[in-house]
Write a protein that binds this ligand. Sequence first.
Ligand SMILES: Cc1ncc(COP(=O)(O)O)c(C=O)c1O
Length: 361
Amino acid sequence: MAYMHRSSLDSLPGYKQGRPAPVTPGLNPYKISSNENPYPPLESVRRAVADRALVHLNRYPDMRGTALVERLARLHQVEPENIQLGCGSTEVITQLVNLVAGEGDEVIYPWRSFEAYPIIVTGAGATCVPVPLNAEGRHDIDAMIAALTDRTRLVIVNNPNNPTGTSVSTDEALRLLEAVPEDVLVLFDEAYFQFNDDPDQAMGLQLRQEHPNAVVARTFSKAYGLAGLRIGYAVAPAEVVQGLGKVALPFGVSDVAQTAAMVSLDVTDQLQERVDGIVRERAKVVTALEGQGWRIPCSRANYVWLPLGQATDPAYEQFQAQGLSVRAFSGEGIRITIGEAEANDRVIRVCASLRDQGLAR
Ligand SMILES: Cc1ncc(COP(=O)(O)O)c(C=O)c1O
């Protein structure tokens, strides 16, 4: 049916969700396509959700998420006025783009990076300014600075970058912040910061002390393992948080999600042990792949990137055939989430086979 709509959206590719694990006879299937945490929720989180949130399903949630906002403010030593919740950090980023950029405005972001960025920017009616990563799969800070114009309304830093896993250093972030006008916001999307063991990594929360135009987005989806509940947050100047509240989806963040997030903050040590285990598994995979002759970007996240170029699609089929759903970006490469030890061991075997076929780079 023909219908009146914004034709500027016609060419926009929709968000592609990581595929479920393929069913392969004789093999445990593994979904390692969405950078999720392989561990199930902690018992304490499950119990709190059952006891304190499921009993209120007939009620709307607290739209501001007051208790969680206050808890996060204490954690980050900011005021509650500096915290905004969203349905995952995807919604927080969407709120921010909708707040600052519309028709004729530009949003700069690294590319390839989180695939939601162009969707969100185009959805807001603003103009995407993707800046290619450098040869090491890292942010090209000079090129990002060169892309600034009078129409720039937001600059996004993805640290560590999805899908390459590379980290942005404090010096690089400072160089960028010093080049961006003070009234233009710089978003530090830190969805995976807990996995980042680079001692030089830029931390948005510290940077915003000297640069109030720095905004930080974080999520409970990855290290906290709550991807299915959809909850994330921003730390931003109070004026920005007020604006974000205006464009937020009303009642978007459920009481179940708020409760689970609150409890998760109380068991951060237990969750950190899981993160440390994933980081150790990542080191195992990286060491094995490098030993096989792969040259891959230095990952500081819970995934690794195989820059396969034109070999991406055939390589993807081989992972699928081994019961592994990975995330392929046709013509570019494959992102593999660090999952259960058995999944990671199988990844190493498939990579050895790809190498033997001459597909490794
Ligand atoms: C870089 C990056 N930012 C933000 C998100 C959003 O996560 P969520 O909306 O689940 O908080 C993701 C999810 O994959 C991501 O990779």
